[in-house]
Design a protein around this ligand. Structure first.
Ligand code: COA
Length: 339
């Protein structure tokens, strides 16, 4: 979605993150299900993930926002809009954005939650960018936060080893320099994938009953093989389309920033784009799949490690339940990280 009607461009001007302290490593899973470290590492690339023991999605989101405020000097009352990408809201309503607003003291903000599963952060970032481009907002907080442990069945070895809890935030502001910021996004949904990855009960279709709880219908259900195939194709298709649309060669891209679901999906996407492994942001080994938080977590860690610099071209890419998927092309505008 290229900005056609406005000369205002949205840029990321701050980052923040929160990862709970408690670590669940592969050894722990060996003790609760029939699995082993070698299988998990080779099939997924994951070594450990985090567990939010006390607190909910809004608490993690608020901590990520506070980290961002601390490191940018921006004050909560300056925030115009809060968008929370999540599939694990604290409650159906009120929106998690309301709970975060109160927690951080963003007294002048409005906000909402956005549900697009593992593509949630990309969809939220585009929504936030549109608010900036239209002139309707000057400071938009976009947060990906998911407490996946709250919907994970820890007796199902097919899914429980994949997911973790975390939150990460970015600040969007109007860019002062036209070459910096979000240039374009290609976003897609295809509801024919609804039965491959979903939570069967708890919504208006199958409200919670004793039966739904007994039958474990309030957990993630996934047909892993089916999702794997379409995820590789979906993420690679839109990323290659983005490169072609903007005449970008692989050496003009500093990093591919992929959703962290499975290292093999990431490798296959990078290969189709002609991107070298060292040009791919990876932290799936330490966090697993944190759904809406994966992409901003990568951005925050790589920026703070001094690995991404002003002027770097990035391609963000995601795939998730729905199906939802997309890619985004942006040029990084922040120069120095000092704590
Ligand atoms: N430990 C050990 N063995 C396991 C296991 C585990 N944790 N989980 C599954 N297995 C077994 C299966 O039972 C199966 O055994 P069988 O052949 O005796 O039936 C075998 O390993 C192979 O399972 P399979 O499902 O073919 O493995 P896979 O290579 O497809 O890997 C996933 C499974 C889930 C890692 C992979 O399908 C995947 O990553 N899918 C996409 C997930 C994803 O991206 N989801 C989020 C989208 S945003």
């Amino acid at each position: 979605m290229q900005n056609q009607n406005s000369n205002i461009k949205a840029a990321i001007t701050g980052v923040g993150m929160y990862a709970p302290e408690k670590i669940m490593d592969n050894k722990y899973f060996e003790s609760i299900i029939d699995t082993n470290d070698e299988w998990i590492k080779t099939r997924t690339g994951i070594s450990e993930r985090r567990l939010m023991e006390n607190g909910a999605t809004s608490d993690m989101a608020a901590e990520a926002a506070k980290d961002l405020f601390k490191t940018t000097g921006v004050k909560p009352e300056e925030i115009d809009v809060i968008i929370i990408a999540t599939v694990t809201p604290d409650m159906f309503f009120p929106a998690t954005a309301c709970l975060v607003q109160e927690n951080i003291g963003a007294v002048n903000a409005w906000g909402y939650d956005l549900s697009a599963a593992c593509s949630g952060f990309l969809f939220a970032l585009q929504s936030g960018a549109s608010l900036i481009e239209s002139g309707n907002a000057k400071k938009v907080l976009v947060i990906g936060s998911d407490k996946m442990s709250s919907i994970t069945d820890y007796t199902d070895r097919n899914t429980c080893i994949l997911f973790g809890d975390a939150a990460s935030a970015v600040l969007l502001e109007p860019s002062e320099d036209d070459s910096i910021g979000i240039h374009d996004s290609i976003l897609r949904v295809d509801g024919s994938g609804q039965d491959s990855l979903y939570m069967k009960a708890g919504g208006s279709l199958n409200p919670a009953t004793e039966e739904t709880v007994k039958n474990k219908l309030h957990y993630i259900y996934q047909d892993g093989k089916a999702v794997f195939k379409v995820a590789v194709k979906g993420m690679a298709d839109v990323s290659v389309e983005m490169m072609e649309k903007h005449n970008l060669s692989s050496d003009e891209i500093a990093y591919l920033v992929p959703h962290q679901a499975n290292l093999r999906i990431i490798d296959a996407t990078a290969k189709r784009m002609g991107i070298d492994p060292e040009q791919v942001m990876i932290n799936i080994d330490r966090y697993g799949n944190t759904t809406a938080a994966t992409i901003p977590l990568c951005l925050t860690e790589y920026y703070r490690d001094g690995k991404v610099k002003k002027g770097d071209n990035l391609i963000l890419a995601a795939f998730g339940a729905g199906f939802t998927w997309g890619s985004m092309y942006l040029t990084w505008g922040m120069d120095k990280w000092e704590k």
